[in-house]
Design a protein around this ligand. Structure first.
Ligand code: N0T
Length: 550
């Protein structure tokens, strides 16, 4: 007998965020991956609670679970670590073939140290809090507390060591550092220590990378100085933790953001000051190079505000990951907008049956119907998720979500919404408002909502607004399309202005192992009035053609 020495199994490649020409992909097991995510409620991070989590993940067709791990639960006594919950979580996730995004709830959880151990949060002398301008102390940690940073970092490093040793096949694919960092009720820390830093020169990395003239914070940044200062030191703090963790196990790491309203932001402190809101992304990018991406937590329901937020966080230097989004029906359609902007994932919040709902941010009731609003879209993508992930990374793509909101007044929390003038315009010409047109190369894509499948009746919109579409360009005349409750039409773009045109061929099918497999050809009624998508998951490969007649 001849024995050949073979490695028992090659080491699984580490998950990694890669960027190419302003496009981004999360590589998992060596290939682009889309997070069809679900995030649990805040207190589901215990072995006994997991039984109320997995059924939701399964019903939703989610491939990734975002779930907290709290500093207080791994280091309730200083220096003594307990990872029993993490072990149970990883084992159960692996059994179900679900990946995990671990949320490190530590120094900041929505501005406060609630998830820090008692030995931290009760010792203000050792672990100082933010002091307001009037001298009052807030329950938000100062980012300048060196002891706090060292203690948090030490615990985080232990966590990463544990993952390195006990999660060799990388069930945990990404780590969120803190949760919605920043401070409510003060723009920054005004403690004596903070005043020293604030009156000192702005650090060289900011000056150099933002190409500014050096000076004190007030000299360099004027009226923005307080907020930029707080953002810089919180970003630095998160960066040090991420960097120390990555030195142990180099997983992608990100922060999530309690957003400010992009149209009506209010003042820092009214929103979480120092967090990576849209106005301080440039500060964060300089101060936190170890943070791979900055992800928005979306609790606006309306199309105008959500579209703006997605645009603000989908940048050449920032992969779009919707780290949280409300779990109510109106939010679900933005899954398509997210993927159309090359997003690496989407993770609705509160997806477990532990008896809590965060209405009016999310759904009023949590039941199978709540889950189904998201499941229907995940089902369309998940059978060929790897193919979509690769195509969305490498090719031109466009996402659409139904533009006219049908949300009632009770759910309007802080939405910017259409202005009165815009609303009047929409009412006057509803069909135009429900028609989205983009130039997609030789062809334009037109998407409309709420029309009968047969004939040219104008769009009325769905009630409630629910439609969406996703298109990837395969070649000059070929597109891959999926949509939900929408009509998609391809029309000649200006390049083809003088040509006759037609649909060459429309195939319904799927990718399997990277190969397209056709199940039937759409023709006749199925193509005469545009491509009409219902609530069934359908993928079409559309080939258009232009011809001349002389
Ligand atoms: C989110 C979630 C969770 C009046 C809220 C959103 C999650 C955190 N925070 O359920 O707590 O851990 O990241 C803050 C949005 C505040 C809007 C207040 C409007």
């Amino acid at each position: 007998l001849l024995f050949v020495a073979l490695p028992l199994c090659a080491a699984a490649p580490l998950p990694e965020l890669v960027s190419k020409h302003g496009s981004h992909a999360l590589m998992v097991d060596g290939a682009p991956y889309l997070i069809l995510g679900a995030q649990t409620n805040n207190s589901s991070n215990y072995p006994d609670a997991l039984k109320d989590v997995w059924p939701s993940v399964e019903k939703m067709h989610a491939n990734t679970l975002s779930i907290p791990v709290a500093w207080e639960q791994i280091e309730s006594t200083e220096g003594k670590f307990d990872f029993s919950y993490v072990d149970v979580l990883i084992k159960q996730a692996r059994e179900r073939d679900v990946k995990v995004v671990l949320l490190w709830f530590a120094t900041w959880k929505n501005n406060a140290p609630h998830y820090a151990p008692a030995w931290v949060k009760l010792d203000n002398a050792r672990f100082p809090r933010v002091v307001k301008q009037d001298g009052d102390t807030l329950n938000s940690m100062s980012p300048l507390g060196k002891n706090t940073l060292e203690a948090d970092k030490k615990a985080f490093v232990e966590l990463m060591k544990h993952l390195k040793k006990n999660d060799k096949d990388h069930t945990v694919i990404m780590v969120q550092v803190q949760n919605e960092v920043g401070t409510y009720k003060s723009v920054r820390d005004f403690s004596a220590l903070a005043q020293q830093y604030f009156t000192a020169q702005v650090p060289a990395d900011l000056i150099q990378q933002l190409k500014l003239k050096s000076g004190s914070w007030a000299q360099v940044f004027g009226k923005d100085a307080d907020e930029f200062f707080h953002a810089y030191y919180i970003a630095k703090y998160c960066n040090e933790i991420a960097q120390a963790g990555k030195a142990i196990k180099n997983l992608p790491m990100y922060v999530n953001v309690a957003l400010r309203n992009p149209f009506n932001p209010g003042l820092p402190g009214q929103y979480s000051s120092g967090g990576a809101t849209d106005n301080v992304l440039h500060i964060w990018k300089v101060a936190a190079p170890a943070i791979d991406l900055i992800g928005p937590d979306i609790y606006f329901r309306d199309h105008k505000t959500v579209s703006k937020v997605l645009e603000l966080y989908a940048r050449d230097d920032n992969a779009l990951f919707v780290a949280e989004i409300g779990n109510d029906q109106p939010y679900a359609r933005y899954f398509y907008s997210t993927l159309g902007l090359g997003g690496i994932g989407f993770s609705p919040f509160g997806m477990d049956d532990t008896g809590y709902t965060n209405y009016p941010l999310g759904a009023k009731e949590y039941n199978d119907e709540t889950i189904e609003h998201f499941a229907q879209h995940y089902r369309a993508i998940s059978p060929m998720m790897r193919d979509w992930a690769k195509l969305l990374f490498e090719n031109n793509r466009w996402g659409f979500a139904e533009p006219l909101d049908t949300t009632g007044d009770a759910q309007k929390i802080w939405n910017a919404e259409a202005t009165p003038a815009e609303k009047e315009q929409h009412a006057k010409d509803k069909a135009a408002a429900l028609t989205q047109l983009v130039d997609a190369g030789l062809w334009d894509i037109e998407v409309t909502y709420g029309r009968p499948m047969f004939w040219i009746a104008p769009p009325e919109g769905n009630n409630p607004a629910a439609g969406g579409a996703l298109v990837v360009q395969l070649s000059d005349n070929e597109y891959l399309v999926t949509a939900h409750k929408a009509r998609v039409e391809f029309k000649p773009s200006k390049e083809l202005a003088n040509k006759k045109y037609m649909i060459d061929r429309v195939e319904e099918g799927r990718y399997q192992d990277g190969k397209w497999i056709m199940s039937r050809v759409w023709n006749g009624d199925q193509t005469d009035w545009g491509l009409n998508f219902s609530d069934r998951p359908v993928v079409l490969k559309v080939k258009m053609a232009a011809y001349t007649t002389n």
